[in-house]
Design a binder for this molecule. Structure first.
Ligand code: CMP
Length: 139
């Protein structure tokens, strides 16, 4: 059975471009409830740890530099079928391929600076939620 939570980050590009409000509004309009949320800046070490699965990829260094380049908003979101429905709402990783009406179509500028992250599986949603939030920070 599909889980009902996913983890998102509003990435440094979207924060710099003042899109926090617009993205949160699309998240609310998409039917997601905010379970947990914080505004923080990842260190390069923490960003490297979060994206450890991509360690062998050629873009890993660039990804870590970018994700630690400024503040982000991290949040746990709740909805039936959260992981899949959120990935539909955010659109393709490369904004050039993102569908109309998606967050990345509206706010992302490139495959590297793509405005938002969304977990790719229920297992990763749990791991990523635990990366940012304690039980006391979830409502
Ligand atoms: P995200 O959904 O956060 O998960 C992995 C991230 O790696 C992805 O979004 C992109 O930001 C980044 N990424 C994936 N492919 C590339 C690429 N070819 N070049 C740069 N960054 C990439």
């Amino acid at each position: 059975m599909a889980g009902n939570r996913t983890l998102t980050m509003i990435k440094p590009d979207a924060v710099r471009n003042n899109h926090i409000g617009g993205i949160l509004s699309m998240i609310n309009d998409g039917g997601f409830r905010i379970v947990a949320m914080k505004y923080l800046r990842l260190t390069p070490e923490k960003a490297g740890k979060f994206y450890e699965v991509h360690k062998e990829r050629p873009f890993y260094g660039e990804l870590v530099d970018f994700m630690s380049s400024g503040p982000i908003v991290a949040a746990i979101l709740e909805k039936d079928n959260a992981v899949e429905d959120f990935r539909t709402l955010i659109g393709a990783t490369n904004p050039a391929n993102a569908a109309e009406g998606t967050i990345r179509k509206r706010y992302a500028t490139s495959i590297g600076e793509n405005a938002v992250h969304g977990s790719d599986s229920d297992d990763n949603a749990r791991l990523e939620g635990d990366f940012f939030f304690s039980e006391l920070e979830r409502f």
